[in-house]
Design a protein around this ligand. Structure first.
Ligand code: MG
Length: 338
């Protein structure tokens, strides 16, 4: 079993701004896992929020020794070893996890959704993300999202009202809001959420900083809109504590170390009565298609990372009028563009 990797710079259609950061290019690391003449693809999209960068991913992958494993079907053992190699490094771990799953699907000649017994017709609609911007750019972005029935609007700054008013001027579509921990007090969060309810928003993601779980519980008692945890829902062990504080969790492969743990989070969230969303970072079709494979199990999808870019090096899951369309290709279902 051999792992190689290379950096790729995903270019963004628009400067992508959320409450804590802004960028035009998003560097990712593509992993290739080779064994028995088959190549499995994986991807890390490192996030500074979780202490990762292309450098930390490269360092982690360079330090991995998978040569003692003879067979990618030893997935559990391999991933336990990858997970305990170092703390954190969740996107680097996800890259290995995705590549292993892709390899196994290819070896068996099965798309992962089929291997897991899922119905590809049950993939949810994905929202299209509108980052924070000036009114004229926002209007343009909302128009470009013409085919998507659901928009996810980034808030959490000082001009939230202006953003929502601008979006509402152009469209009556279903809106979801992501504050990315941007509201600094619980009182402010309650006020914003009550206002957003009147604007026809469906739910609010991560209103307060992840460190303020008790504040979030306080907010939840005072608002009607469901609250979805993102920065509070990193890995499997986070899920039980979110019961009673949030109404749902946002699972991202880059936070939870990949597909193996994502499926465990799905089961745990269900047992805790939590709704499930699958989200993404800015990612190529490799990581997006991997997440789309388990999307028949979830309630809400926000898997638009690849469509926000202009130079995706892979073909994978397609989005047709917001609906995730899984290809009939084995593994995660991607092919390298020639
Ligand atoms: Mg989020």
């Amino acid at each position: 079993m051999k792992i190689t990797f290379s950096q790729f710079d995903l270019k963004l259609k628009h400067t992508f701004t959320i409450s804590r950061s802004s960028r035009d290019v998003s560097p990712i690391v593509i992993v290739e896992l080779e064994h028995d003449g088959i190549t499995g693809y994986g991807e890390a999209s490192p996030s500074g929020r979780y202490g990762e960068s292309v450098e930390t991913v490269s360092r982690f992958l360079n330090g991995l020794d998978v040569s003692r494993f003879q067979d990618p079907f030893q997935l559990e053992e391999i991933l336990n070893s990858v997970n305990s190699a170092a703390e954190g490094n969740t996107s680097a771990k996800a890259a290995v996890d995705i590549a292993l799953h892709d390899w196994i699907g290819k070896k068996l000649g099965l798309p992962l959704y089929k291997y897991w017994g899922l119905d590809k017709m049950k993939t949810p609609l994905t929202s299209f993300t509108i980052g924070i911007d000036k009114p004229e750019v926002l209007e343009q972005k909302v128009r470009e999202a013409g085919d998507y029935p659901i928009l996810k609007v980034k808030l959490g700054g000082s001009n939230d009202e202006e953003i929502i008013r601008t979006v509402r001027k152009v469209t009556k579509k279903a809106l979801r809001v992501d504050a990315n921990e941007g509201w600094k007090t619980k009182e402010a969060a309650v006020e914003k959420i009550k206002w957003l309810e009147q604007e026809g928003v469906e739910f609010v993601e991560q209103p307060l900083p992840a460190s303020d779980l008790s504040g979030t519980a306080w907010v939840r008692e005072r608002v009607n809109l469901p609250l979805v945890a993102d920065e509070n829902s990193i890995r499997l062990h986070d899920v039980p504590d979110l019961r009673g504080v949030f109404d749902g969790i946002n699972i991202k492969l880059m936070k939870c170390t990949g597909l193996r743990e994502a499926l465990q989070m799905v089961a745990t969230a269900r047992a805790c009565g939590l709704k499930i969303m699958a989200g993404c970072m800015i990612e190529s079709s490799v990581a997006i298609s991997a997440a789309a494979q388990f999307s028949p199990l979830i309630d809400y999808a926000d898997l638009d990372g690849a469509v926000l870019t202009t130079n995706d090096p892979f073909d994978g899951v397609q989005v047709v009028k917001g609906k995730l369309m899984l290809p009939d290709r084995p593994g995660i279902g991607v092919v390298k563009k020639s």
